[in-house]
Ligand binder design. Structure first.
Ligand code: SF4
Length: 239
């Protein structure tokens, strides 16, 4: 695995300005041991378009929790055919899911924060860790204005949560509006849940549309009022 020092990463963050510059560096240095983690929200489809222009063989993976919306499967297939790419779909371990729902029920996440994190752990975090253990880097659609955790990220960072591989957040500094300008300008297929008031794409039972003025991630686990709106993929919890 190529190792980069903190100083090298700092220099790269200062030098690489645009998302395309960041992605070109990442793909030139880490492909094929780097992949985009996509939940098929707006940010992710914009990044998929960019990487396809840089390297048509760039890799994309997604976590199919088994609880996604039909709209998400639809855009997955649209992207697959538009860019002629194999999307690497990661599923949860069936033994873990079977045991979890046997003990806690199908809708366990509504009953407690602990149950919700258990479900996110089994359906998302474990499959993510399985994929990341095979990679030297991953690319995400994080934007700084989404949550406090995300506002403390960098465009390129060493991911101490995942064996010090490189985490690349090319559109960290983009706004929601910039993301949509890019999608519209390039006529990129997007998740139709966005037209129904969903800024953030997650699992069907845990995500709702937001009301005008609500924070962008308010629709995630809407029944929880005082928790960080993360599932453990980008924060050190939920494993
Ligand atoms: S978002 Fe909800 S359904 Fe999806 S993995 Fe987390 S708790 Fe389970």
């Amino acid at each position: 695995m190529p190792k980069f020092t903190g100083e090298q990463i700092q220099q790269l963050n200062a030098k690489l300005k645009t998302p395309q510059e960041v992605l070109r560096w990442a793909l030139d240095n880490l492909h094929p041991r780097i992949a985009v983690a996509s939940s098929f929200g707006a940010e992710d489809v914009a990044i998929i378009d960019m990487i396809s222009n840089i390297n048509p063989k760039a890799r994309v993976f997604t976590l199919d929790t088994g609880r996604l919306n039909q709209e998400t499967y639809d855009v997955m297939d649209e992207i697959r055919s538009r860019y002629n790419m194999n999307i690497e779909v990661m599923f949860p371990d069936h033994d873990e899911v079977e045991q979890m729902v046997r003990v806690n029920g199908m809708n366990l996440f509504y009953h407690s924060v602990g149950n919700r994190k258990l479900c996110c752990g089994i359906r998302k975090v474990h499959p993510l860790n399985r994929m990341l253990s095979t990679l030297d880097g991953w690319i995400t659609g994080l934007r700084a204005d989404q949550t406090e955790v995300r506002s403390n990220s960098n465009k390129i960072e060493i991911d101490s949560q995942h064996n010090d591989i490189i985490k690349v957040n090319p559109i960290l500094e983009w706004s929601w509006e910039q993301t949509w300008d890019y999608i519209k300008k390039n006529n990129i297929p997007y998740n139709k849940l966005h037209d129904k008031g969903f800024p953030s794409i997650g699992c069907e039972p845990c995500t709702r549309a937001i009301k005008p003025g609500e924070p962008l991630r308010a629709g995630r686990w809407w029944w929880e009022s005082d928790t960080e709106k993360e599932c453990g993929l980008h924060a050190d919890h939920g494993k």
